[in-house]
Write a protein that binds this ligand. Sequence first.
Ligand code: PNS
Length: 163
Amino acid sequence: MKRAVCPGTFDPMTNGHLDIIERASAIFDEIVVAVALSPDKGGGPLFPLEERVAQAADATSHLPNVSVLPFDSLLVDLARQVGATVIVKGLRAVTDFEREFQMAQLNYRIDHEVETMFIVAIPEYMYLSSSAVKEIAGHGGSVQGLVPDNVNDRLVERLRGGR
Ligand code: PNS
């Protein structure tokens, strides 16, 4: 039984994230999508943690071997807690590389028993990011097709001033 974690802030989950999770779920027996609290990222997340978890659970409900958990700890500690030996991350353009390389090195230093593996983004999602999605939606642009439908509905609501 090989279990992997797919961590991220997922503020919000994009179709790029979802593509990586779907591809990882075809490789591993079980995937735990780990949604980080990340209170300081980008001036604080748009969506509260519970909502990001609910959005991710809804977007991955078609994948029977995927579960979603919140976390606010070291990622390797969460991996140990859930019995995962692999961290799966998506890699887009070279701009991701330095940060991801640093995180992979540090995680390996903290816990040699957890390996990081990367799945390369498909060209369609190479330049897609949660922050770009929020910027487009924030200016009234459409992000349909860039995020799961449930996320699209919530983004429109939230950025129109709703809670
Ligand atoms: O989607 P993101 O914001 O790029 O995800 C980053 C995340 C949540 C994977 C990363 O910040 C993380 O692992 N946070 C948990 C704290 C931790 O373990 N830090 C040590 C690794 S440098």
